[in-house]
Write a protein that binds this ligand. Structure first.
Ligand code: PSV
Ligand code: MN
Length: 427
């Protein structure tokens, strides 16, 4: 199914009056504070967040999976789902593919299908954390870091294949996340494992097209529980530096030990021009992969404060990071969950945009701790949702995407089309 333009127009005209009141009130207040509201609206209209191809179905845990209904059965249907999201919010105009979960068999047809929904291909992700059918060697004891050359070669070859798939689709980045590590002390020689990983990555990097980036994702534990070869941002940063100017660190919000100051990591990486990409999600304890902003919205805002600070500072040479969601939906409808996540990301981004930078820098220069806190918390406590709604309205999206999703009974229609038991590939 598609969400048609007339359905959006009808919804918007029903909601327009109330929206206008809220928007006029907020924009007037912000303008009085010297904030360029039009510039923010423009930034919001341009802001796109890639949807992971693996998160359009219901996820599970190692204890089981409670399937949803009407899930996309193919890559084509996943693109159709993202098309629905993008029609509703005009902020989900990209897809991040995981290979081999989502191999584009007919790349031209997939590319033109995506194009018909105004969707482009973001980073492609390799998978050497699971064994595939017909694979010669197992990744049980690692992939790019494996002690045996043949296993490493197989994993290197897979990454090169993933680049090739991405090239045909117009992707411009490869994300490498390794499950490699160890479950028990002394199982692995840390130094040698990292050295082997570097050498494997160097071989992959040599196959990277010149206009591509490589994102190296770190994670402290899981599925290995004692050590992970690329355990933290420092290790990823070290590898990215050794590889060269096309390699960057990717920050996944769920890949930190409790209470890690992620915003400071972001700032450090941006200072070095090495923050390449983001995987958004939220968590209470570990890599919970929950809806963005559902547990720690203040942390998300503080992260965006650093991102905006880094992006807007002309002296920072960091490229604008690739924005992606990496979540798993165990109890919610995946499409509703993704709509909520995109909204949460844009709220945090907007709250960071309304921070009065000059005033904040001055308070920091003066060591006026109280004022600095007031400035950022004032932004955080502002309900910026009317700005998001206005950006959507102007882009031809719905004033209230989730409201319209429910009103149109999208999931019910997808079930009618695909059946109750349609199950997506992915997590
Ligand atoms: C690993 O936990 C991760 O965050 C990586 O990005 C994977 O590619 C993704 O989740 C999906 O399993
Ligand atoms: Mn991730």
């Amino acid at each position: 199914m598609n969400v048609e333009k007339y359905q959006i127009d009808e919804h918007n005209s029903l909601n327009e009056r109330q929206h206008k009141k809220r928007y006029d009130f907020l924009s007037e207040m912000l303008q009085q504070e010297g904030i360029d509201v039009e510039a923010i609206i423009k930034k919001l209209m341009d802001f796109q967040i890639a949807i992971p191809s693996w998160a359009l179905g219901t996820g599970g845990t190692r204890f089981g999976r409670f399937s949803g209904t009407g899930e996309p059965r193919s890559l084509e249907e996943k693109i159709e789902d993202i098309g629905l999201l993008h029609a509703l919010n005009r902020s989900s105009g990209a897809i991040s593919l995981h290979i081999p979960w989502d191999i584009p068999e007919n790349a031209d047809a997939i590319k033109s299908l995506a194009g018909s929904y105004d969707i482009v291909f973001d980073a492609v992700n390799s998978n050497t954390f699971q064994d595939q059918k017909n694979q010669n060697y197992s990744y049980k004891f690692g992939s790019l870091s494996h002690t045996q050359k043949e296993v490493r070669q197989q994993a290197i070859h897979h990454n090169i294949e993933v680049i090739k798939y991405g090239e045909v689709l117009g992707s411009k980045a490869l994300t490498v996340w390794l499950a490699d590590g160890s479950c028990f002390p002394a199982q692995q020689n840390f130094r040698k494992a990292l050295q082997r990983t570097l050498e494997s990555l160097q071989e992959i990097y040599a196959h990277l097209p010149t206009d591509w980036k490589m994102f190296i994702e770190y994670k402290p534990y899981e599925p290995n529980f004692y050590s992970t070869v690329i355990q933290d941002w420092g290790t990823s940063f070290l590898l990215a530096n050794k590889l060269g100017s096309q390699a960057f660190t990717l920050v996944d919000l769920g890949h930190h030990l409790p209470n890690t100051n992620i915003e400071q990591i972001v700032a450090t990486l941006m200072m070095e021009g090495k923050l390449g990409g983001f995987h958004f999600n939220d968590s209470k304890y570990g890599d919970d992969d929950l809806t963005v902003g559902s547990i720690k919205p203040y942390q998300l805002f503080l992260i965006f404060n650093e991102l905006v600070e880094g992006i807007e500072d002309k002296n920072t040479k960091n490229p604008v990071p690739a924005w992606m969601i990496d979540a798993s939906h165990n109890v919610k409808d995946p499409l509703e969950d993704l709509l909520q996540s995109v909204e949460a990301i844009k709220i945090a981004y907007t709250q960071a945009l309304i921070i009065h930078r000059e005033m904040l820098w001055e308070a920091q220069r003066q060591n006026d701790v109280v004022k600095a806190q007031e400035i950022v918390q004032n932004a955080f406590r502002t309900d910026v949702r009317p700005l998001l709604a206005e950006a959507r309205r102007r882009s031809g999206a719905a004033i209230n995407p989730l409201g319209l999703f429910r009103k149109l009974e999208v999931r019910k229609k997808l079930v009618e089309e695909r059946g109750e038991l349609a199950i997506a590939t992915g997590l």
